[in-house]
Design a protein around this ligand. Structure first.
Ligand code: IVH
Length: 675
């Protein structure tokens, strides 16, 4: 028998965890920190491991992913999961409306809702007495596949509704429809992490989300940053609102994530305008959308209008122009990255996609080229989506010219001629020559970049010049340069040369965290550099640190600790450190704030000119207290710090409901006195 107080505690923990989950993943307004959250979850897991009979189907402990299954069970949907008919122009939308109008006069006075058409995987979620019981794919619209254990790992999916018990009693039975997606920012961050680790990167968010949800092992699903956006009630045992706008509000109240970009429209004209506005804002959306859905708002009227084939008459997808195009692959180039990773890229016959001319596209890695059998001279399909780098989808085989040969990956580094190596279990191919000029160019570029030592005027071009003229053989050599060394370089007259030397000199005063970041240690970005600064007073202390000391730092795991430790053991790097010290580039940590960092886990976006801090100082302040700054506002942003003449980021904050601060507010927050 489970003691009643243990049972009650498990119940209480589940409720609390659900609430915090919702605050964090759906509302983006966490109430507690990560470690407190982990504490609650661990306590629940502890109770459940002692009393497995207490595990309920809605237990948040199941989010980590249960046992793999053999095969997906088929599920018949309670009613058909319909599709949508498409329109490509405003005229076609007008024609759709005229057809409806002829069928039913009530259209005269009808109003509409315009929603983004979210490009994800359709999911159908069943709740009984408020508990998430079953989740299925769309399948053929009649029968889908049961992917319940996988969906349980999606953090923004409510396992119990209403998430906030104050919103009333649980609905008896409710079936909700939504799209599972990966947000663009999460996708980019995931790929960045994977490629840093030499792993395989993913091609696009939609396929990654869809692939991850179809894994037989839910732990693999749990490892991907999948989220959810809901937009319809498929079935309900209780009365539901009569209008689509109210349905969305109702879903949101129950705790389901819904797209914030939905617009009510009093008539068709304003619906078309709203859809076109959404098209214009397409690239700023946090997720991929391939159109706007215009829906008759009155659901009674919508039901009366009926269905043609698999498409309800009362809604239409006004599709955005395609972001795919075909063009000829003129050549395959290869890049040498800072860490020696060799990556192929496509050199294309220039082609316009969505108003932008594309000349190059990513080919991911050599395995990708082989898997898709992409050959030079092929006509290839490319896709451009938002800020994501355009990529090659694959060749158009029907028009492949005779004689196109299979692509053979290079065997030696295109820069230094060293034989390339492939590490076991990695897809990446590396040049391991520490003196490879191409790597040195990238290292210099990284060293001098904005978030690093911020040396104005030292970009990739100048780095290339310096390396090919043999003026530098490592980053520390920058501090030996004199005006006369630079004068001979292309494009450098007296003034420009003097400016560059002055900029290099000025970089000597950058804080320690910047210097650590600029060294380009595998896996050490701005955030980790900031963490290290809080534990080591200068580079010497860090160099002497044993692996165990590194491992004790929150957020540094064994691989990273090893990479850092190893970097400081390389003779070449030790020489760099000696040279830096001699040149006076040896910052000491600013007195690290005591206790738990006040901004730990918080993400900030800066916009406008702050009266009392430069941008770099604001960044340093945030990093010193454990926070991070990012370039653009997303649902994950905690605060936007606003100065004078702010940019569009302020508007983004408003749209996404992200709270704003001024510089004084930032200081108060950093000092632990609240915003
Ligand atoms: S409504 C009766 N609304 O687009 C309901 N669908 O190409 C019909 N989709 O299969 C669908 N965002 O999976 C609707 N806001 C949205 C949507 C949306 C994405 C998907 C849906 C559908 C597909 C049609």
């Amino acid at each position: 028998m489970v003691p009643p107080e243990v049972r009650a505690r498990a119940e209480e923990l589940r409720r609390e965890i659900h609430l915090h989950n919702h605050r964090y993943h759906v509302l983006d307004q966490p109430l507690i920190g990560d470690s407190q959250y982990d504490g609650l979850l661990r306590e629940l897991q502890q109770i459940e491991s002692e009393h497995p009979e207490l595990i309920t189907p809605d237990s948040p402990s199941l989010r980590v992913g249960g046992q793999p299954s053999e095969k997906f069970r088929k599920v018949r949907h309670p009613s058909p999961i319909l599709s949508l008919s498409n329109a490509y122009t405003a005229d076609e939308v007008g024609a759709w409306f005229d057809r409806l109008h002829r069928l039913d006069e009530r259209l005269e006075k009808a109003d509409f809702v315009v929603e983004p058409k979210i490009d994800g995987l359709t999911v159908v979620l069943h709740y009984g007495e408020g508990v998430f019981e079953l989740g299925a794919t769309r399948g053929d619209g009649e029968v889908g596949e049961d992917i319940t254990p996988n969906l349980r790992t999606v953090r923004s999916l409510p396992l119990r509704i209403p998430v906030d018990p104050k919103e009333g009693p649980a609905p008896r039975r409710l079936v909700v429809r939504g799209e599972a997606v990966i947000l663009r920012a999460d996708f980019e961050a995931m790929n960045h992490r994977l490629s840093e680790a030499g792993g395989r990167t993913y091609v696009n968010p939609r396929n990654t989300a869809s692939g991850a949800l179809r894994q037989l092992d839910p732990r693999l699903t749990a490892a991907r940053p999948i989220t959810l956006l809901c937009y319809a009630i498929v079935e309900s045992a209780d009365p539901i609102p009569g209008r689509q706008t109210e349905v969305l509000a109702h879903l949101s109240k129950l705790g389901f994530p819904v797209a914030r970009e939905t617009v009510p429209a009093p008539n068709l004209k304003s619906a078309i305008e709203a859809a076109e506005k959404l098209k214009g804002a397409r690239e700023t959306l946090a997720y991929e959308a391939d159109g706007a859905v215009i829906k008759v708002n009155d659901l009674r009227l919508a039901a009366d209008l009926g269905v043609v084939g698999k498409d309800p008459r009362a809604a239409i997808a006004y599709k955005f122009p395609s972001q795919e195009a075909t063009t000829r692959l003129s050549d395959i180039g290869v890049n040498v990255g800072r860490t020696g990773v060799i990556t192929p890229y496509a050199i294309l016959e220039p082609i316009e996609v969505g108003g932008v001319t594309v000349r190059q596209a990513t080919l991911h890695n050599f395995d990708y080229i082989a898997d898709k059998d992409i050959r030079v001279g092929d006509t290839v399909t490319i896709k451009r989506a938002g800020e994501v780098i355009p990529y090659v989808i694959g060749p158009v085989l029907d028009v492949r010219p005779r004689g196109n040969r299979r692509f053979r990956p290079p065997e030696v580094c295109p820069s230094c001629g060293e034989k390339l190596v492939r590490l076991p279990e990695e897809v990446a191919v590396y040049c391991v020559n520490a003196a490879c000029p191409a790597q040195l160019v990238r290292n210099l570029e990284h060293f001098a970049a904005r978030g690093a030592m911020d040396i104005e005027g030292l970009g990739i071009r100048v780095s290339e010049e310096l390396v090919s003229a043999r003026k530098v053989s490592d980053v520390a050599d920058l501090y030996r340069l004199e005006v006369r060394d630079v004068l001979g370089l292309e494009g450098f007259a007296e003034r420009k040369a003097a400016n560059l030397i002055a900029a290099i000199e000025a970089s000597k005063s950058r804080p320690l965290s910047r210097l650590i970041h600029s060294l380009g240690i595998h896996g050490v970005g701005e955030a980790v550099a900031g963490d290290l600064t809080r534990h080591f007073s200068d580079l010497e202390a860090l160099q002497k640190a044993p692996r165990e000391a590194l491992l004790e730092i929150e957020g540094i795991g064994p691989n990273l600790a090893e990479a850092i430790w190893d970097w400081f053991r390389q003779p070449r790097n030790r020489t760099i450190l000696r040279k830096l010290r001699k040149a006076g580039v040896w910052p000491r940590a600013e007195s690290a704030p005591k206790g738990r960092p006040t901004l730990r886990g918080l993400s900030f976006v800066l916009t406008g000119t702050l009266p009392s801090l430069t941008r770099d100082e604001a960044k340093a302040l945030i990093e010193r207290h454990g926070g991070k700054t990012v370039g653009s506002v997303s649902q994950k942003t905690d605060f936007v710090v606003v100065g004078e003449s702010p940019g569009s980021k302020l508007e983004d904050a408003g749209k996404l409901g992200v709270p704003t601060l001024d510089d004084a507010g930032l200081r108060r927050l950093a000092e632990g006195k609240g915003g």
